[in-house]
Write a protein that binds this ligand. Sequence first.
Ligand code: ADP
Length: 152
Amino acid sequence: MTKIAVFPGSFSPFTIGHQAIVERGLLIFDKIIIAIGENNDKKYFFSINDRIKWIQNVYLKHPKIKVKSYKGLTVDFCKKTGANFILRGLRNSNDFQFERNIAQTNNQLSNDIETIFFMTPPELSHISSTIIRDIIKNGGDVSQFLPKEINL
Ligand code: ADP
């Protein structure tokens, strides 16, 4: 069976923390779909097209990784794409509390979909897209937090 995982998130922007989770996911999955959730009620700092383009640039030469956007439930998107796994990253106990509820709810909605977590490497556990957006809003340089292919 081909093991396909969806890595859902806002990725606003995609950071070296996210990249570390994808790298670890590649150790066990045959294909990873990085999936940007589009929530109509949310106002995003970066456009969906920019976010897709940036992540595609990071994985241009990587046949196992696809980048897509989706609307609606993550479990429905998984079914549509043939994925049985959801990939997520854990930075700290706050992430764990939040992620556990989502993972258990998703599993209840669709019990053939399992969420697999990877711990972030400790040196990347402070990196968050929210803080990066704050630095950008205040004119700072965020290049050290982003994959080298992404220049904001
Ligand atoms: P969401 O809005 O769904 O939380 P994010 O783009 O913020 O989307 O995060 C997507 C996933 O990446 C989540 O599982 C989150 O815990 C994980 N993640 C975010 N930052 C890091 C990091 N620095 N290291 C590891 N995982 C991270």
